[in-house]
Design a protein around this ligand. Structure first.
Ligand code: OXD
Ligand code: MN
Length: 590
């Protein structure tokens, strides 16, 4: 008798008609074998799936070039297929499950002909964690199989764990023919199922990541009483050796990875890394909020990553412990056979090949690396990995930090008045858009808790769920907002960012510990300048004041934009959020 898993794999194989089926075991030997298959046997757009890079300087590193139309998440082709449209909410594209399945069946018929179907059994979360989930993804490209080995805990033991169960998390992925008109990322939360065709790009193809660990898992969390969030998890060690754990939600490409492995500019402080993208938050038996990172790797944006912006990421990328490390759509230094991108340290190489494989020089006026080019690297190669990383219980969280990229209005840091005010802070967060998804760059969009592209259900209900989790906590974390991106009259960033961000974290720790008071503004508490550690930093007091300024006369437009955004959720918007909005309007004197 086949198990439900075997039967499911067989059914998908009948539909997709691969030439062969390969059950992965997640071992290093297998990874080395799959790299060779990617180099010698598989290709995308006429280019081998992998190219070996300079192994002396970048141990275990391989290069992958995407199909040129396939370089970012495609939010307009991403659907959440709840039975009722209302459940998906105005924050999602929706299709009825039966219609979506019909469409995807058509696109998947014979889509793996001549290819291998890789069966990837993996855990999101440590296998011993009560919060972990057993999953299986099918894919038809070695790049995805290897990326999933880096990003998840892949092993054959997962198969035994699933045993006779039907409710494992399922993902069916095929790159199809890369035709953007035949590309869809469909989610079926009622069945814990993701079906993705036509893209090999990380966020669309590594189905354990955004698709499962955020979109589907957020629905599981709503049903089961926990939260799946787009958040960094980090431990901040103070000079006494005490470590305080925080989570940080920032929209894509706003420096989450840099923050997760920040190298402190203040002596005595150290940041320990637990995750750079996803946090699952549960209420622990002691009534505190605990976070686990379901992933085991980093899928980060390469351009701008350097020894200055993120030395620990560069060290991770050159790490030797876990095989392999992948570079996708960066440029290449042709002479040294190394990855290269704008912002990398050192002199510009003499001969550069751009992300599309063409010879490049700066006079062309283009960028050599794609703005959303990426690395995929194991957390186990990270020199700042927290010793709690594999703790099945996770770590207790003392502060939840929310932010966005705003050139105006939003102070460098504020502390919310209480939990409901913090949830409202998350709900009103906006950000100027970047290159991680295919859309207009630089426009302001509301991105509550940085979850707009990832919340698998109606965001009105999501705000309510956050409020209800808060009611179950005996010792809730404090909420803060951050904005590293405020500019001066000349349009220059005021705050230096990167390692200096520790100063902001230090202020938060002092607030969590009740060591200092703060100045009340309509947006929350901001630092008294005398409490904010500026030692060794060359910022004038005018600049500092500008960073923390809250000017009610600049707010009417922002307030009406927030109101318009929240009103979309109609009766699903919790009363408490409406009340918080009314309070803000009143305090701004609007
Ligand atoms: C990511 C994203 O890739 O948020 O992490 O787009
Ligand atoms: Mn992300």
């Amino acid at each position: 008798m086949p198990t439900p898993l075997e039967q499911w794999v067989e059914e998908q194989a009948q539909l997709c008609q691969p030439q062969r089926i390969y059950w992965c075991d997640g071992s290093e030997a297998e990874a080395r074998h799959l790299i060779q298959i990617g180099i010698k046997e598989e290709s995308i757009n006429g280019t081998p799936v992998f190219q070996e890079l300079n192994q002396t300087r970048w141990t275990g590193a391989y290069y992958h070039r995407s199909h040129p139309t396939d370089v970012a998440r495609v939010e307009h082709l991403t659907y959440i297929c709840h039975p009722e449209k209302e459940t998906a909410g105005p924050n999602n594209h929706w299709m009825a499950p039966a219609e979506a399945k019909k469409l995807m069946t058509g696109l998947s018929q014979g889509c793996m002909k001549g290819r291998t179907m890789y069966v990837l059994p993996y855990m999101m979360g440590h296998p011993d964690s009560p919060y972990a989930k057993a999953c299986v993804q099918l894919t038809d490209v070695s790049y995805v199989a290897l990326s999933m080995r880096i990003m998840t805990r892949m092993s054959q033991e997962v198969i035994g764990r699933i045993g006779a169960r039907q409710d494992f998390v399922k993902g069916l992925h095929s790159v199809g023919d890369f035709d953007p008109n035949r590309r869809y990322i469909m989610h079926f939360p009622e069945e814990n199922f993701v079906w993705s065709v036509g893209s090999g790009y990380g966020g669309n193809a590594l189905l354990g990541k955004k698709c499962f660990s955020l979109r589907i898992a957020s629905c599981q969390g709503y049903r089961e009483g926990w939260l799946a969030e787009h958040m960094v998890i980090a431990g901040i060690e103070d000079p006494s050796g005490r470590i305080t754990y925080v989570t940080v939600a920032l929209p894509s490409a706003c420096g989450k990875t840099n923050l997760a492995m920040l190298e402190s500019a203040l002596p005595g402080y150290k940041v320990w890394t637990l995750g750079d993208d996803i946090a699952w938050l549960n209420v622990g038996e002691d009534g505190r909020l605990y976070a686990i990172n379901p992933e085991t790797g980093f899928f980060g944006v390469a351009p701008g990553t350097s020894l200055k912006s993120n030395p620990n990421m560069i060290r991770t990328l050159q790490g030797k412990r876990f095989f392999p490390t992948l570079f996708t759509n960066t440029a290449l230094d042709r002479d040294r056979n190394e990855p290269w991108w704008e912002g990398l340290d050192g002199d510009m190489p003499r001969h550069i090949v751009d992300w599309q494989g063409k010879s490049w020089d700066p006079s062309q006026g283009t960028k050599a690396a794609h703005a959303n080019s990426r690395f995929t690297a194991s957390a186990y190669n990270c020199p700042t990995l927290s010793r709690e990383f594999d703790n099945p219980k996770g770590v207790p969280i003392s502060a939840i930090i929310l932010g966005g990229r705003r050139t105006r209005l939003i102070p460098l840091v504020t502390e919310a008045f209480d939990w409901a005010n913090g949830v409202f802070l998350g709900a009103r967060t906006g950000s100027e858009t970047t290159a991680a998804a295919a859309h207009q760059i630089g426009a302001l969009r509301r991105d509550p808790m940085a979850m707009l592209p990832f919340c698998g259900y109606n965001m009105g209900d999501y705000f309510g769920h956050w409020l209800s989790v808060g009611r179950r906590l005996k010792n809730p974390p404090k909420f803060f907002s951050v904005n590293w991106f405020r500019t001066d009259e000349q349009g220059k960033f005021i705050w230096p960012g990167f390692g200096e961000n520790i100063r902001v974290l230090k202020w938060m720790l002092d607030r969590v510990d009740g060591k200092i008071s703060a100045r009340k503004t309509p947006l929350g508490y901001v630092p008294h300048l005398s409490d904010f550690d500026m030692s060794g930093l060359n910022l004038s007091s005018e600049q500092m004041q500008a960073l923390f300024a809250v000017n009610p006369q600049e707010w009417p437009e922002e307030l009406s934009d927030i109101e318009k955004y929240l009103n979309q959720f109609g009766p699903r918007l919790p009363q408490q959020i409406k009340a918080e909005y009314a309070k803000l309007v009143q305090q701004m004197g609007a």
